[in-house]
Design a protein around this ligand. Structure first.
Ligand code: FAD
Ligand code: MLT
Ligand code: ZN
Length: 462
């Protein structure tokens, strides 16, 4: 069924698209479009009507004017590392790839800000900031491919939210092209600007449904060269969660607190041929990182030494040792993907319910998919768990339903940092009221009345 406002087989304005970006940047040959059409998990795929690769804002605007004119639906894509099916076609859309918008402005040292094109990868942004003696507050394992536009559009979180917040907290301005090709631009980097609705903040987390982000003005943070990483072993999630208040009080320079469990540790060790961190396996692990201008090792060692409920612990002050400890956490996603096509459920609950969620996940999933394999890990400070279910087979939707209903019962969110995408459109009412969904729909209809932008993503296509 074609999205509302979009013709039944809305004509692809191929002539106008070639005019806008040059024929060599309008791909129709399946051999050339294939690499854009499947998502990172291999769960979501669809044939694009064509792939269009604009070079700059003016070309993005011309593309959207052309699509808006014929009602051709558009799916917006950055690095295609999204995990909820939001960046790949449902079928027939113009796939708008932003990766060529890779300009990086000079770092404004006085303001601690930088302007970055939507197609700039997180790794390139980090290198650019670090070369100027600063850093960027968001970090995640997809850094080599995830783009600034996608990070803003999903309000990405990652491993530093505890210290710097999610992508929205780094956003000081943006430039975006709306569905009709008109351009909104707030790139001055004003820290305070009280002149009406915050359209920039609205774009964060909009998942390509309200506008195509072409540039972002981003806050930078001090580059902290002194780091220390610890891996703690304990009996369960309760013990890890109980440690958090004391650790936060003792370690003002705590920048990451990541929770992992024995099944994930075993899978990552097997996938990456990694040595065991301790003499024996433990049910749960907490990875901590402190970052400061001066060496935080002593403070971290003391805090770990005084921590209750530990079965074992190790601290790495050198960068090789730190990378080895981070590998146990950062290689989870790849190791899971190497085993099969997971059902990936990124959820969050109030911290006081997190241990209960961990306890109830296994029986909840077993009830609907006895043969499924559960790998759980996540960003514990935010109550954010990544629930990965392998071998769910034809029961993927039943498992999704069971877990998301459990999360809703625990007053949590069906999506913590990956967005709703196509994956969770049908479950939005578990986390947002009818009034909220109606308000979001009103905003969507106001900014994209023909429903050409990412139909079927975040909100149900009409
Ligand atoms: P894409 O996947 O291309 O698109 C994602 C969404 O944004 C889609 O809805 C798309 O339409 C929209 N979009 C993309 N570009 C634009 C634009 N310019 N304007 C408007 N809309 C746009 N995510 C986390 O939050 N935290 C993590 O810790 C994390 N770790 C990850 C680890 C791995 C190994 C992988 C593969 C993914 C991980 N992710 C994580 C998920 C993913 O990296 C993020 O969702 C990221 O923000 C996606 O960026 P992207 O450029 O790949 O976007
Ligand atoms: C992570 O924290 O590693 C990511 O969100 C990816 C995932 O959930 O697999
Ligand atoms: Zn994550």
């Amino acid at each position: 069924m074609s999205p509302a406002g979009v013709g039944p087989a809305a004509a692809l304005p191929l002539g106008a698209l070639r005019e806008a970006v040059g024929a060599e940047h309008v791909l129709v040959d399946p051999g050339l479009t294939a690499s854009y059409e499947t998502d990172w998990t291999r769960r979501y795929r669809g044939r694009a009507g064509c792939v269009v690769r604009p070079a700059d804002t003016a070309q993005v605007s011309a593309v959207l004017q052309a699509c808006h004119g014929t009602g051709a639906p558009v799916v917006v894509q950055g690095g295609n590392t999204g995990l909820v099916g939001g960046a790949v076609p449902a079928g027939g859309e113009v796939l708008l790839s932003l990766t060529r918008l890779s300009s990086l402005g000079e770092v404004d040292l006085a303001a601690g800000q930088v302007s970055a094109g939507a197609g700039v990868t997180l790794a390139a942004l980090q290198r650019h900031a670090q070369a100027a003696g600063l850093d960027f507050g968001v970090d995640l394992a997809a850094r080599d491919s995830a783009t600034v536009g996608g990070l803003v559009a999903t309000n990405a979180g990652g491993i530093r939210v505890l210290r710097y917040g999610s992508m929205r907290a780094q956003l000081l301005g943006a430039e975006a092209v709306l569905a009709d090709g008109s351009v909104v631009r707030r790139m001055a980097g004003l820290v305070k600007d009280g002149t009406g609705y915050d359209l920039v903040a609205l774009l964060a987390g909009s998942e390509g449904t309200l506008g195509v982000i072409t540039q972002a003005r981003l806050r930078l943070v001090p580059r902290l060269r002194a780091r220390c990483v610890a891996l703690l072993a304990m009996a369960d999630a309760d013990a890890a969660i109980a440690l958090l208040p004391g650790l936060r009080a003792r370690l003002p320079h705590l920048s990451a607190a990541e929770l992992l469990f024995a099944p994930g540790m075993a899978l990552v060790r097997e996938h990456g041929a990694l040595p065991p961190p301790f003499a024996q396996e433990h049910p749960a692990y907490l990875l901590l990182e402190c970052a400061d201008a001066t060496d935080p090792t002593d403070a971290l060692v003391d805090a770990v030494g005084d921590a209750d409920g530990l079965s074992d612990a190790t601290v790495a002050g050198d960068s090789a040792g730190q990378r080895a400890l981070w590998a146990y956490r950062e290689q989870h996603t790849e190791a899971i993907n190497a085993v099969g096509v997971p059902v990936k459920l990124d959820v969050s609950v109030p911290l006081g319910r997190l241990a209960e969620l961990v306890r109830r996940l296994e029986p909840t999933i077993r009830r609907v998919a006895p043969a499924a394999r559960l790998i759980v890990f996540g960003h514990v400070h935010e109550g954010n768990l990544h629930v990965n279910i392998l071998d769910a087979g034809p029961l993927a939707e039943q498992v999704t339903e069971a877990v998301l209903h459990l999360v809703a019962e625990l007053e949590g969110s069906i999506s913590s940092e990956h967005g709703v995408g196509r994956q969770k459109v049908g479950y939005l009412s578990l986390s947002r009221s009818a009034t909220e969904i109606a308000a979001m729909r009103a905003i969507k209809d106001a900014l994209d009345p023909r429903g050409v932008l990412n139909p079927g993503v975040l909100l149900p296509a009409r």
